[in-house]
Write a protein that binds this ligand. Structure first.
Ligand SMILES: Cc1cc2nc3c(=O)[nH]c(=O)nc-3n(C[C@H](O)[C@H](O)[C@H](O)COP(=O)(O)O)c2cc1C
Length: 242
């Protein structure tokens, strides 16, 4: 008998409004997925309920791959949860045409992961709510930085207050269907053009660094220099997971 590993979804909700639109949409997505498959672990983290300090700009993360603040707040634990997730959902209301400040504070602390493609072989879903404007800007930003960390965007839910409730339910349903295809029906993950370009730029940058640099050593020890494309990286990670 083959026992497959439980699949993990981690949703980060960047709203300051505890029971707001964004949180409720995530709950509906969770319920929809559990109706399809009870064996999916779906954890929701509200940024209002965790303690994440503002980045101090010391650059230790880029230089040494660790953040001195991780021992003082919840970030170390959150990083472990992100590491363990198969799907990461970034859910955020639009604040002043962009992501909310708690979401930005959290993402700033992960900036150095863009140099390591740390979240390669994981999937990204974005959820954006807005009263009227800024949804595309915010969504594109989250997909851009998520892809920079190696995530593959597979689905998005955009809700504006004027949206029809049936339209929202349709989007949630579609998103749950897509997530289920990858997690349960084992749809293959493939690269896209943005990830290929990101990989090529990062690989060149790391190859030019000093041998003593943390980032170069990370790329070497994780076999990333041996890959000629991001598609190769995905195959490597798939082999590792077996
Ligand atoms: C500080 C703040 C800034 C906002 N900025 C915008 C904005 O630029 N454009 C817009 O259409 N709605 C804006 N909104 C409205 C929210 O995006 C919208 O109400 C969203 O659905 C709130 O989600 P929540 O209920 O999960 O907190 C803003 C709301 C707040 C609190």
């Amino acid at each position: 008998m083959v026992i497959s590993k439980q699949k993990n979804i981690l949703a980060l909700v960047g709203s300051n409004h505890i029971n707001g639109f964004t949180r409720n949409i995530i709950q509906l997505l969770k319920d929809n997925l559990h109706a399809r498959n009870e064996n999916i672990d779906f954890q929701i983290i509200d940024t209002t309920e965790i303690d994440i300090n503002v980045c101090r700009g010391c650059n230790t993360c880029f230089e040494k791959g660790l953040c001195p603040l991780d021992r003082q707040d919840d970030m170390g634990q959150l990083k472990a949860m992100l590491d363990n997730a198969d799907v990461i959902i970034l859910a955020c209301p639009v604040y002043l045409m962009h992501v909310s400040s708690p979401m930005k504070i959290l993402l700033d602390r992960l900036s150095y992961w863009c140099h390591l493609l740390k979240l390669r072989n994981k999937l990204l879903v974005t959820v954006i709510t807005t009263s009227r404007s800024g949804a595309n800007e915010t969504n594109n930003y989250l997909k851009y930085i998520g892809s920079g960390m190696g995530l593959l965007p597979i689905s998005e839910i955009i809700f504006t207050h004027s949206s029809d409730i049936d339209e929202l339910i349709h989007k949630i349903n579609k998103s749950a269907y897509i997530i289920n295809q990858y997690l349960i029906e084992k749809k293959e993950i493939h690269s896209n053009q943005f990830l290929e370009e990101t990989f090529a730029i990062e690989k060149l940058d790391k190859s030019l660094q000093l041998d003593s640099s943390f980032e170069k050593q990370y790329w070497q020890s994780h076999g990333l220099f041996n890959c000629s494309s991001f598609e190769d990286v995905l195959s490597l990670e798939k082999e590792r997971k077996k």
